[in-house]
Design a protein around this ligand. Structure first.
Ligand code: IMP
Ligand code: MG
Length: 180
């Protein structure tokens, strides 16, 4: 596998903070209007950093749970296959579910997970993604709360990885491949 390194910053720490605060505000407003029991479900591993910050900007009582799926096997290309590695522990029945994802690329992962959650009879399902690459979409998926669209570039940092690396970067950078 070729080595990857961060070529440049795409979204700075400060810009991320603003995006997350804005999402939190919109989500707060929505659930204050809706009312009821809210469960925020994060997709591991990519969403864990974003979700930790996001829930602290939501001013509405909530619980958290996680779901681990794998669609990329240490590569920047999607295999198109989605496997559940760790299922949600909580019951979704009659609860408002907010699904949190780091980035929606082809949409294949999101589509599969949305279908799985819908099958468990939640009271409602809304989706939130920090980033979206609309030009890469293969299946159409709803993103109710989207941080920002980005061009077709592979990004890392703030939870997002390349081959499990770079998740700890506090900003989002563009990966440049060497040796390809
Ligand atoms: P999708 O099924 O093609 O939409 O892929 C979604 C998953 O691919 C995300 O949850 C990420 O883990 C991963 N992914 C897609 N694009 C990127 C990227 O630019 N950087 C890091 N991970 C990505
Ligand atoms: Mg990933």
């Amino acid at each position: 596998m070729p080595d990857g390194e961060i070529a440049r910053t795409l979204i700075s720490e400060q810009e991320i903070r603003t995006m997350v605060q804005d999402l939190g505000l919109r989500i707060t407003r929505h659930y204050r209007q809706t009312g009821g029991d809210l469960l925020v479900v994060g997709l591991l591993k990519g969403a864990f950093v974003f979700m930790a910050d996001l829930i602290r900007t939501i001013e509405y009582p909530l619980s958290v749970d996680f779901l681990a799926v794998s669609s990329y096997s240490d590569s920047t290309l999607s295999s198109g296959e989605v496997k559940v590695r760790m299922d949600i522990q909580a019951s979704l029945q009659d609860r408002h579910i907010l699904l949190v994802e780091d980035i929606v690329d082809t949409g294949i992962t999101f589509e599969k997970v949305i279908g799985m959650i819908q099958g468990r009879n939640p009271r409602s399902l809304k989706t939130c993604a920090l980033l979206s690459k609309p030009s890469r979409r293969e299946v159409s998926v709803p993103i109710d709360f989207c941080g920002r669209d980005i061009p077709d570039e592979f990004v890392c940092g703030y939870g997002l990885d390349y081959a499990e690396k770079f998740r700890n970067l506090p900003y989002i950078g563009v990966l440049e491949m060497s040796g390809v």
